[in-house]
Design a binder for this molecule. Structure first.
Ligand code: NAD
Length: 465
């Protein structure tokens, strides 16, 4: 049994049973049965189910907001007015994507033969999700997999399972075949039981880089397809021609949204030396305006960190950090696990605070001397997920963007995403794309059908045509 704790109060809110290995097996079996029915549905059938689900999610906004806010402590308004409508848009996008013929085609590729490239679903997908955006992560895993014709067994993070359980209930209400989406609950052991289960054909995880490795190892024996969305350490590059005011607002938002518990969060700001002091001052002023507090208050910008252990971990990074703490740096004394926006200037590139994923509202600032150095420093971490460039010189921004080893680069902003655009990284941030048509394709396999249409002729050779 896992007791769920409200991170904004430190008080228990609910308890959820942990799945046993037998539960995982039963879920996979049910998934296999459902797959047999679902795999040959038409794109229109799949789209209809996802559209119905989107409508039910929309009608359930109040309850989903309660669950998400109780478990994560994030501001209710941020979820209800931002993340939830976005998740609904994701589902509607996946409904449309199910009907797109991207990646399929037909033609005469060899004389006398018609070739058809078709996409088929993979089977039962074992998905594992993190706690930072519990509902959205569930949608990003389930939406494209179902759109492509698969069944899913998903394991949410132990601290935040209820919105995923709710998603499965809403999908059943939308008319899904029984077992199409199964939820198993618990921690790493339940995750490994799912990853290694022989009835699971593909595994996906959004989580830390260490977890990505463990999932990949677990998938080796069965040679399963793997989809990994892992950690990040996004740089923001501020050139001398940038609007410092816009940058300070955008990078602060990027660094503190969801209390910095975001794999694409702005975590390292590299600033042209000629504007360094001014930019650090502007960031200080902007970060000071961010209001941690009660998630149900309209005045609150950010909630607590997910747990006392995670707050201690974040604070450990800060106490060991190189550089000088300009703002924040101490846990907030209040019930709940609050940590203030924290700015550290003059950190050293090779130090832990610049290289490691803190996953809290902590931003480090460093100067650079020229474009080449900015690119080198930005690329110099194990991660490669997100990045931003702040400049009014379009040619420079594009030139630099092409040199960054990352999945996304924003120019003069940091964080916005769209259902149509792929989300995912390179290097230690993993591989595999969430959202967009790319995600639907990742949950399918392309096949070649080759049909002879040539008139019958003498068979004079055993060599292929
Ligand atoms: P985590 O890696 O601790 O856990 C993620 C999930 O994996 C949980 O459900 C957990 O129970 C499960 N898990 C842990 N160890 C496992 C194992 N050995 N085998 C199978 N399953 C296992 O991550 P978290 O603390 O929940 O989330 C934060 C991390 O997620 C950060 O590193 C963050 O960057 C990353 N993240 C990445 C993205 C992205 O899209 N790239 C998005 C959100 C979060």
């Amino acid at each position: 049994m896992t007791i769920l704790i409200n991170p904004a109060t430190g008080e228990p809110v609910d308890e959820v049973p942990d799945s046993t290995p037998e539960d995982v097996s039963a879920a996979v079996r049910a998934g296999r049965d459902a797959f047999e029915q679902w795999k040959d549905t038409t794109p229109a059938d799949r789209a209809r189910l996802l559209l119905r689900l989107a409508d039910l999610v929309e009608a359930d906004a109040e309850e989903l907001t309660r669950l998400e806010v109780e478990e994560t402590g994030k501001p209710a308004a941020v979820f209800r007015d931002g993340e939830l409508p976005f998740a609904i848009d994701n589902l509607r996008f996946f409904a449309g994507a199910a009907r797109s013929l991207d990646g399929t085609g037909a033609g005469v590729l060899s004389s006398g033969y018609t070739s058809a490239l078709i996409r088929r679903p993979i089977g039962v997908i074992g998905s594992i999700a993190p706690w930072n955006f519990p509902f959205i992560m569930g949608v990003w895993k389930v939406g494209p997999a179902l759109a492509a014709g698969n069944a899913v067994v998903i394991k949410p993070a132990p601290a935040t399972p209820r919105s995923t359980l709710r998603l499965a209930a809403l999908l059943a209400e939308a008319g899904a075949p029984e077992g199409l989406l199964q939820v198993v609950t618990g921690g790493a052991d339940v995750g490994q039981a799912l990853v290694t289960h022989p009835g699971v054909d593909m595994v996906g995880v959004t989580g830390s880089t260490a977890t990505g490795r463990a999932v990949m190892r677990g998938a080796v024996e069965g040679l399963k397809r793997v989809h990994l969305e892992l950690g990040g350490k996004a740089p923001a590059l501020v050139f001398e021609d940038a609007s410092i005011e816009d940058m300070a607002f955008g990078v602060t938002m990027g660094a503190t949204y969801n209390t910095g518990q975001d794999c694409t969060a702005a975590t390292r700001v590299y600033i042209a030396r000629s504007r360094y002091d001014e930019a650090v001052e502007a960031l200080h002023a902007a970060m000071e305006q961010v209001r941690p507090g009660d998630p149900w208050s309209e005045e609150t910008d950010i909630g607590p960190l997910i747990s006392a252990a995670h707050r201690d971990r974040v604070h450990g990074f800060v106490t060991r950090a190189s550089g000088r703490v300009v703002l924040g740096g101490k846990p907030i004394e209040a019930p709940g696990f609050f940590y203030p926006p924290t700015l550290i200037a003059d950190a050293e590139q090779g130090s832990e605070i610049v290289q490691g994923e803190v996953f809290g509202p902590v931003l480090v600032a460093l100067p650079f001397d020229d474009e080449d150095e900015a690119i080198r420093l930005a690329n110099d971490t194990p991660y490669g997920l997100a990045s931003s460039i702040w400049s009014t010189d379009v040619a420079r921004a594009l030139r630099v963007a092409h040199q960054l080893d990352v999945g996304v680069t924003w120019i003069n902003d940091h964080l916005p995403i769209a259902s149509e655009a792929p989300h995912g990284g390179v290097k230690g941030s993993g591989f595999g794309k969430d959202m967009s048509q790319e995600a639907v394709q990742e949950y399918s396999v392309v096949r070649h059908l080759m049909i002879k249409h040539a008139a019958p002729e003498a068979r004079d050779s055993f060599r292929p045509a």
